[in-house]
Structure formats: structure tokens, C-alpha cells
Design a protein around this ligand. Structure first.
Ligand SMILES: Nc1ncnc2c1ncn2[C@@H]1O[C@H](COP(=O)(O)OP(=O)(O)OP(=O)(O)O)[C@@H](O)[C@H]1O
Ligand SMILES: [Mg+2]
Length: 501
């Protein structure tokens, strides 16, 4: 998002003006933030100090008087020294979350917070993950530092190009469009990661040119994979591959332009996204993929189940991290498949209700307040575990219910599934088959086509109508075995959602 950076800086600027005493900056990028804080300190006419466990308090810009640097390596001493500073300052505490494991330090920080409310000094904690003891939660304001903007990355690319050209270490041959494509590909990386990716591209053949796009994209999918929660999803299925669901498809057609500049000028907000509820196998996941293809946006899948896995840090922090990466990829379609799985704990039942509720809260707040063009497609097929807050207005643009396909829709789906497998639908009695497949889901219709193909293949023959009829007769649709569940789902959806067809 183009203005993410100024917005975060503006927020920070306002907090400093408003004398927020304690601010936590969540970021991997110490160097970049340090540079930004340098500018900020200058514009406020303040000193910029830094604390690290190895060096204690020292001045990055301006002066530091009356502090015993050696002594200030000890966290409590450092905090007390900050409380006695003469000049208005910004004080950056690095890795301080480790020190917060001690109760005396926590107390000292709270006391400092109170004291600084009437001073012109701000303490900034910085770290890659948010780690705060409960006692401090209300005293510390948290800012997620967004990843570098396209402009930042373009600047980096220019700097690198200048340096390597000057030293004749490599040849740089990029048109404006190619440079923009490289920058677009690097968007979502930290400055250091982007620098490494560009350096790697150069090192391979001593050239930086349009051909390096692939490599940069690969680096980025690595980074996204490393986050453990997000996954790039390559798909070529489009809305033409979705049978039926005419209301939903029409809605999507009409929203297509909604991310454009023209739509903003018209006074429209950025689209938020959709919640798709419905019977299993009726095309929720398929629709999510088709939206991305049709709108020509990348598709990124968020695995809610893994947020709680506990393997990669705290759940809440994991989600924040994922959100930051996704926002940096915007415009993008974010597919949150089976959202109810991740939120199961939020409505009670699990031992870690507190964690689930907080994670869920983070997600809801983001859904409500996000301004980046991230179109969220959440899907769910179990209503029992859906917390009512998720359904409230303002979270999604619309909630659609996807029911079992009608006869006409079944015909449509069979048509699509046959075409996908290189068969001419006109050669098969689809109207007849549609009537015989009452209660079949889209997935089951697909399965009918697939098993008919297997039979034909085993017979050493081309696919014929009787193979399809056989396959239909052999299928017992889930909607029949689970009729009660489907009925409940429909009743529930009637008053709360919009029908997709
Ligand atoms: N409306 C449809 N049109 C065409 N194909 C469909 C449709 N619905 C389902 N299918 C086929 O069935 C497959 C499975 O559907 P999909 O995964 O989208 O269902 P789902 O609603 O996400 O189910 P679940 O609740 O089990 O996740 C699709 O990949 C597609 O091939
Ligand atoms: Mg699905």
C-alpha cells in the first residue's frame, strides 16, 4: 500500500506529540527504524538515545550527559537514568523484552511511564515480536511497523545500481518497467531481505536485468513460506469454472472495479471481502481461487489452524506478522479457508480460550479497520463454532450462503467438469443426469465425472452416457446421509446471509 509508511510515521509522530510515554515498535528492521527515528528526533528537536545490553545508554544523535554508561547496562539503572534526563529525548530500547522477564524491571518501566507523562521524553521498545507481560499491556502502545513501501525499495534498487555500476562489479540493464516489476516482486520483503535478493541476482551472472524477476519472486515465496502461516496459491480456475452461484458471480462482477482509483474518487471505500458459508463441496474454496484469477490478483492462503500450533512463536504475534506480510502484498486476495477452525477456541470449549479470543479479536479488528486493498475471502461450513461478532456488519461486505446446486446448476457444473477433462458436453444427456443427481454437491458431481472416466478407461472405451449414469447410481451424496445438518445450516442461513444463487 502506497501510503502505509507515512501513515505509521504520522501515527508515531502524533503519539510523541501527545506524550505517550511508552511505545512498542514491532519490526525486524532495526536499521531502517533507526534511520526514521533519526529524522523524527530532528524534526521534534529531541536527542535520540539508544540502549543495548552490551553498551548501555548512549547517544545516537544529540548528547547524553550525567549518565554513567557502564552502570546503565543494567536495565533498572538505565530506566532510572532515562527518568532523570535533562533534554527531551527519544530513547530506543533494543531487545528489552528479555529484561522484562524480571518483575523489578517491569515495575521500573511502569514507574518510568508514569513519570514521563509530564515530560517530553518517549521510550520506544523495539523487537521482532510483541512480548509484553500482562502488567504492561495497558501502559504500552503498540505500533506494527509496516514493511518498506515500493518507493523505499525503488530507492534501494537505485542505490544498489549506482554502487555496482560505479565499481564496475556488474552491469545493470533495466527499463523503467523492468525496475518497477523487480520492485513489485520484492515488495513484502524487509529492506535487508530485498537487498540480499538483489545482491543474489547480481552475483549469479554479474548482471541485473529483467530476467532476474523470477529469482526475486522465488526469494519472496521463500520468505512467505518461512512465516509458516501464509502460502502463495497458484491457480488458473476462473469464475467461468464456477457453475451456478449466479448472484454471487454477479456481485463479484460488479465489485471488480472497486479497487480502482476511480472508485476511491467516487467516494467508495476499499472492498473488505466476503464470508462464504455453505454446504461442503459446493464451491467455496473454488470461488476464492476464481476471484483471484478473475481479478488478476495474487492469492495468498492463511492457515488458521497453524496460528495456534505454537511452533512459531505466540499465536497473536503470528497473526500480526501474517497480516503485515499480506498488507505489503496488496492488492491481494487473502483466502482464509475454514475460518471456524482457527476460531474454535474463541467461543469457548478449549483450554486456551484466552489466547483464541485475543487472536480472534486481532483478526476482527483488522477486518474492520484495514485500509490496504486486501480482499478477504473467508470460508466456513460449520456454523456452531462461528462467533456472532464475525457476522456483524462492517467485517465483510457481504455474507453469502452457498447451498446445494439446483438442477439447472448441476447441469452447469457437469458441463464445466466435462469440458475441463476435454470432453464435449453436448454429447451427453446432461439435463437427464441433472435430474438424477438431486442433493449432489459440486464436488460429488465432479467425482461422478472422474469415476465415469476411470470406468471408460478400464473398459478401453471412450466415455459414454452409461458410464456417467452408473457413477451417479453408485454415489450416496453426503447431503442425504447428513440431511439433518444440511437442514439446520439452511435454516440458520436464511435469516443471516444472502443466497449465492
Ligand atoms: N459450483 C461449482 N462449479 C464447478 N465445480 C464445482 C462447484 N462446486 C464444487 N465444484 C467442484 O468440487 C471441488 C471441490 O469444491 P470446493 O473445494 O470449492 O468446495 P468447498 O465448498 O470449499 O467444500 P469444503 O466445505 O469441503 O471445503 C471443486 O474443486 C470443483 O472441482
Ligand atoms: Mg473448501
Amino acid at each position: 500500500m502506497a501510503d502505509a509508511q507515512p501513515r505509521f510515521l504520522r501515527e508515531l509522530d502524533t503519539m510523541i506529540r501527545a506524550r505517550y510515554p511508552l511505545i512498542y515498535l514491532v519490526t525486524w528492521e532495526e536499521q531502517r527504524v533507526e534511520a526514521l527515528l533519526g529524522d523524527l528526533a530532528r524534526s521534534h528537536g529531541k536527542d535520540l538515545l539508544e540502549w543495548t545490553a552490551t553498551r548501555g545508554l548512549c547517544a545516537l544523535a544529540g548528547s547524553l550527559r550525567g549518565v554513567d554508561q557502564d552502570e546503565s547496562r543494567e536495565p533498572v539503572a538505565a530506566l532510572q537514568a532515562v527518568g532523570k534526563l535533562q533534554n527531551p529525548s527519544l530513547v530506543l530500547l533494543k531487545d528489552f523484552h528479555h529484561a522484562l522477564e524480571g518483575p523489578v524491571v517491569v515495575r521500573a518501566l511502569r514507574e518510568l511511564g508514569t513519570k514521563l507523562k509530564s515530560a517530553f521524553t518517549t521510550v520506544l521498545l523495539i523487537g521482532p515480536t510483541l512480548k509484553l507481560p500482562d502488567e504492561l499491556e495497558k501502559d504500552v502502545s503498540v505500533i506494527d511497523v509496516p514493511l518498506p513501501t515500493r518507493d523505499d525499495l525503488m530507492q534501494l534498487l537505485r542505490d544498489i545500481a549506482r554502487v555496482v555500476t560505479k565499481s564496475r562489479r556488474a552491469v545493470v540493464e533495466l527499463t523503467v518497467e523492468q525496475a518497477e516489476a523487480l520492485v513489485g516482486a520484492a515488495h513484502g520483503l524487509t529492506l535487508t531481505e530485498a537487498e540480499n535478493a538483489f545482491a543474489k541476482a547480481i552475483a549469479q551472472d554479474n548482471r541485473l536485468d529483467g530476467g532476474d524477476l523470477r529469482l526475486i519472486l522465488e526469494e519472496k515465496s521463500q520468505v512467505i513460506r518461512k512465516s509458516g502461516l501464509l502460502e502463495y496459491y497458484a491457480t488458473d480456475q476462473s469464475l467461468a469454472d464456477v457453475g451456478g452461484l449466479s448472484h454471487l458471480k454477479r456481485w463479484l462482477e460488479r465489485r471488480r472495479q472497486a479497487f480502482s482509483e476511480a472508485a476511491r474518487k467516487f467516494g467508495l471505500p476499499e472492498p473488505k471481502g466476503l464470508l462464504l458459508l455453505g454446504v461442503q463441496g459446493c464451491g467455496k474454496s473454488l470461488t476464492a481461487k476464481a476471484i483471484a484469477t478473475s481479478w488478476k490478483m495474487p492469492l495468498v492462503r492463511l492457515d488458521m489452524g497453524r496460528i495456534y500450533s505454537g511452533l512459531v512463536g505466540s499465536s497473536e504475534e503470528n497473526l500480526r506478522k501474517a497480516i503485515r506480510v499480506v498488507e505489503s502484498l496488496a492488492p491481494v486476495v487473502l483466502w482464509v479457508d475454514e475460518v471456524e477452525k482457527g476460531l474454535a477456541g474463541a467461543s469457548g470449549g478449549s483450554q486456551d480460550t484466552g489466547v483464541s479470543a485475543r487472536v480472534f479479536g486481532t483478526l476482527l479488528t483488522w477486518l474492520q479497520e484495514k485500509t490496504a486493498p486486501v480482499f478477504v475471502v473467508a470460508t466456513a461450513n460449520r456454523i456452531d463454532s462461528l462467533p456472532p461478532e464475525l457476522l456483524r456488519k462492517g467485517r465483510f461486505d457481504e455474507i453469502f450462503f452457498i447451498d446445494l446446486p439446483s438442477a439447472k446448476e448441476r447441469q452447469d457444473i457437469l458441463d464445466i467438469q466435462l469440458k475441463r477433462r476435454g470432453r464435449n458436453p453436448a454429447l451427453f444427456p446432461l439435463e437427464e443426469l441433472a435430474i438424477q443427481t438431486e442433493n449432489f454437491s459440486g464436488a460429488e458431481l465432479e467425482q461422478v465425472v472422474v469415476s465415469a472416466l476411470y470406468d471408460a478407461f478400464a473398459d478401453g472405451a471412450e466415455l459414454e452416457a452409461h458410464h456417467l449414469v452408473m457413477a451417479v447410481q453408485e454415489t450416496l451424496p453426503l447431503a442425504v446421509t447428513m440431511a439433518e445438518d444440511v437442514r439446520r445450516l439452511r435454516d440458520w442461513a436464511k435469516s443471516r446471509t444472502r443466497p449465492a444463487s
